[in-house]
Write a new protein. Sequence first.
Length: 229
Amino acid sequence: MSAPTTTTHELFIHAVRDIAIAHARAEGIIDEAMLTRLAHAKLLYGIGDGSYRGVCYYSAWENGIGNVDVVEIAASAQESWVQLAGTTIHELGHVLAGKGMGHGNEWKDAAVSLGFRKRPEAAGQVYRLAMFAPAIRHAVYALAAKIGDGSPAFRTYGLGGLGGFGFTMVKPRPCGAGIGTKGGKSRGKGSGSRLRLWECECERPVKVRVASDDFRAHCDECESPFTRK
């Protein structure tokens, strides 16, 4: 009797991308040029450092068709195969929305086009299978049942260094791709000070008060954009 067919985490996230692209093509919302860009983005299942689930580096890879984006899905912050699939679609949404869009409406619409049933949250999204469109959900579930290469075993948040890798694990933080990464609430009329509070994503965040709703600055220490609180 032959052994059941298995897959790896690397192959799983690539298959999730294929499913998301097929879904977007069937919906007829995204043009073929953008679907081609999604298909050629460099998609990696990496270690990460435990502080993020996924990250998108724009125009960071040249593969013969021009500069494409690099997307890393981090094993060190992995919670489940549902989260792994959700993070893959989340980051591909950044590829589709483009640089500078952050977690704005363009990114949210892109994520829906790629398979979410409704607009996702930017900050600490809790992924559930029901969040995916039915066709995506069933296909991802079937794929996950074939993962047979083990699972991450180095989730030691706050317990010291990871032997051999030279870094200390910390609790994962939300994706840092632009305004709204932590879901801060804006102040309405009559809320008091005209100065808005903005913070970076350092462990001890730098706090800045600015009289603007459009403060576009990055922290030189953690390289994250300041987000409205």
